[in-house]
Structures are given as C-alpha cells and as structure tokens.
Design a binder for this molecule. Structure first.
Ligand SMILES: [Zn+2]
Length: 324
C-alpha cells in the first residue's frame, strides 16, 4: 500500500479537526466588517440551501463562487477542475466545507451484532471536505455535454417577478397581516404598522421593487411573529440591519440584480459584538430569508425560473452541519 493511502494517525486527525474548527471560527469573524457581512449576503444568494456555517466558509474562501461541487461531481456535470495555479499556495485552491459522514456499513453491522443498544448507536459526524467553484473548472471537450451554468439575473426595476407578489401576500396573510398598495411620497416605499398589522407598499414601484419592499416588511413581521429563543435582542438599528440584509439576500436569491445596493451596516456594533451574537444575528437573517424565499418559490405553477433552483440538487447534496 503506498504511504499516501495510509490511515491518518490519531494526532493527524486531531490536527485536522483543530484546523477545521479554526477555519469555521475565522469564517464567522469575517462578519465583523462591512465588507465581510456584505460578502456573506452576496454569496448566500447562491447558497441559500446550505447551512449558515457552509455559507460563511464559501464566502470567506471563494466570494466569487456561484456554485460548488466535489471533483467527481464536476466530472459528472461535464467539467474538469483546473490545476492549482502556481501563484496559489498549496492547500489554498480547494474550498473546504462541512459534509456529513454517516456511519459505515461495517460500523452499523458491528453495532447490530453487539445488541443494537440505541445509546451506543454510531452517529453521523461532520468533517470538512474539498469542493471547487464554478470559476475553478473548465467545460470538457465533446463528447462530454457540460450542463449550462450561466444564471439569468433580472433587473431591479423590471416586472418579471410579478407572479411572486401573490405568494408573498399569502405569507403576510398567514402571519395575520394585510397588504395594501397606496401612493407614497418621497423616499418612503413601504411601512409596517404593528398596531393594525398592516403592510403598506408604494404603488409607484415596479413589480420587482414591490417584491423587494415586501421582503423587507415581511422580515419586520417575522421578527415579531416568529421569535425563537435563540434570536438575538435587537434594537431599532440592528433590526433595520437584519431586515435590510434579508431583503438584499432574498431579492438576490429570487433573481433580482443587487449590485450597487449596499446594506446600512453597523460597524461599531459589529466590532464590539461577541462572536456568538454575530453568528446568531446572521443565523436570524438566514432563517428569515429562507422563510420568505420558500414562500416565494413554493408554488410550482408559477413559471419563474430562478436559476438558483436549478442548482438546488447540487447544493443540497453538500449541506453542512445542522443549523443550531
Ligand atoms: Zn424597515
């Protein structure tokens, strides 16, 4: 057996686990800066079905990625992973994300032979595995037929997302809110009146603009209506950061172009916040965004071909550790 195929020693495994944890911690640290927060939201548009930890790992290691897959999976899709460029240091080419490692057949068999005690059942653990991004691969020559990768991105002032408005209005109804369209003035495009649970949307907006505004106001509603014990305490400013972040990443995930749109980040808050609070705040953004995206994309009769759904299979195959 060649030396490289030897099983890693206990010490090597411990070092690897330590490196995995350090990488994950570092990925959360990036949320402290305006650029880091925005890079995560931007990256999340493409990886919304991933766990938060994996979204952060991809955003930190390859902010330009719009999809990732393992070496063999890329081959199945008709692409070849490029060789590591010389300028890139060894170990910095592959992207590392968490992947589940379920117990092996032998482990399960052994456990069954030992009496199948539920307290000793072998469990799935997570370790970081190597994946590569769409901008690290080349299409393979014929007869391979590489799957198309270019996602269509819509313009924010367009009307293509009009079919999503009834879906989002239905979500508002589920949350016991009414949505009314009314003419507004100045920079105001929407509001939530928590007394009457009414969401107002500016009639002047395009359909895509209404979708974006609905995402923002729905996030305000969800924060109040579906509060979870792990949610961080929010003051007015941090709530606005959360809902704007949700609107940004949701509209991106739904296909609306978001370049040039910036988040009113709270740099002074983020610098002082405990790492754990930062992570919980990001977790809240991710959960609210997913709730809204799921509602917007749930009706299969709607012909909105958001590109991100096409890559769903690819993405789901590589989920990270469960959300906490
Ligand atoms: Zn607001």
């Amino acid at each position: 057996m060649p030396a490289t195929a030897r099983r890693p020693s206990e010490r090597q495994r411990a070092e690897r686990r330590h490196a995995d944890r350090e990488r994950a911690r570092h990925a959360v640290e990036q949320l402290r800066s305006t650029e880091g927060w925005q890079a995560w939201l931007s990256s999340r548009r493409h990886f919304r079905t991933y766990s938060l930890q994996n979204q952060l790992l991809v955003a930190m290691q390859r902010p330009t990625a719009t999809r990732v897959a393992g070496f063999r999976r890329w081959l199945e899709l008709g692409y070849q992973v490029r060789r590591r460029p010389e300028a890139v240091p060894d170990g910095a080419w592959a992207i590392r994300i968490w992947a589940p490692c379920p117990p092996s057949r032998q482990q399960l068999e052994q456990w069954r032979n030992d009496g199948a005690d539920p307290a000793n059942a072998p469990h799935t653990f997570y370790k970081q595995v190597c994946v590569f991004a769409d901008d690290q691969v080349d299409p393979m020559p014929p007869p391979a037929t590489p799957v198309p990768m270019e996602p269509p991105i819509r313009d924010v002032d367009g009307d293509q997302l009009a079919p999503l408005i009834p879906r989002l209005t239905a979500l508002a109804g589920e949350l016991e809110c009414t949505v009314i369209e009314e003419p507004m003035t100045g920079h105001q495009h929407g509001y939530l009146d928590p007394g009457s649970w009414r969401i107002g949307i500016d009639t002047r907006l395009s359909a895509n603009g209404k979708v974006k505004t609905l995402c923002h106001e729905l996030a305000h509603v969800l924060i109040r209506r579906e509060r979870q014990p792990e949610d961080p305490e929010l003051d007015c400013a941090s709530e606005e950061l959360v809902v704007e972040s949700v609107a940004y990443t949701c509209t991106g995930a739904l296909g609306i172009r978001t370049d040039g749109y910036t988040i009113p980040y709270l740099a002074s808050w983020a610098e002082r916040a405990e790492l754990e609070v930062l992570e919980r705040t990001a977790g809240l953004v991710d959960r609210l965004a997913q709730r809204i995206e799921d509602a917007a994309l749930s009706d299969p009769t709607l012909k909105v071909s958001t590109s991100r759904r096409d890559s769903g299979e690819l993405l789901r195959a590589r989920r990270g550790p469960p959300r906490r």
